[in-house]
Write a protein that binds this ligand. Structure first.
Ligand code: THU
Length: 153
């Protein structure tokens, strides 16, 4: 897997730095009383709109929603047919300082991949922990080699 590493968000191009800031804002609205692990996402759409997402947990644990899929679903329902160009994701734990970017879970990778497949253009992924470096990946597929795609069906 290939990705770019920026030592600090200040080193990012302005548009990407700004999108990461929107993900941090989204994180503040996360509902994560069980894990105390807050995740924020911000999707930049082709039309310039920014759609936030955050994790939403539930006392019935398997029903927890990941921030990435909340952002993608909000983008899809609010702006049907508009491609997602970039998705920024950040995390914060009440238990420890997350100093490295936390990468999307396997389920989110699969959903991100199919969104990318459907729209026919890459979704750049920007990742950051609570502190530390920023990783920029060129596509959802780069997070999911040998992916299962609808052509198999
Ligand atoms: N979480 C996300 O929002 N995105 C991921 O890709 C990984 C995990 C959330 C789910 C749960 O609310 C908390 O983080 C701990 O797993």
């Amino acid at each position: 897997m290939q990705w770019q590493v920026f030592a600090d968000p200040a080193d990012l191009p302005p548009a990407e730095r700004s999108l990461l800031g929107r993900a941090v804002e989204a994180l503040e609205n996360a509902y994560a009383p069980y894990s105390n692990f807050l995740v924020g996402a911000a999707a930049l759409l082709e039309n310039g709109e920014v759609v936030p997402g955050f994790n939403i947990e539930n006392a019935a644990y398997p029903l927890c929603l990941c921030a990435e899929r909340v952002a993608l679903a909000a983008a899809e329902s609010g702006f049907p047919g508009i491609p997602v160009d970039v998705l920024a994701i950040t995390v914060r734990s009440a238990r420890h300082d997350v100093q490295e970017p936390a990468s999307p879970c396997g389920a989110c990778r699969q959903v991100l991949f199919e969104k990318e497949w459907r729209q026919g253009s890459n979704i750049r992924i920007i990742l950051r922990g609570a502190t530390g470096p920023v990783y920029v990946l060129p596509s959802a597929q780069s997070l999911l080699p040998l992916s299962f795609d609808p052509d198999f069906l």
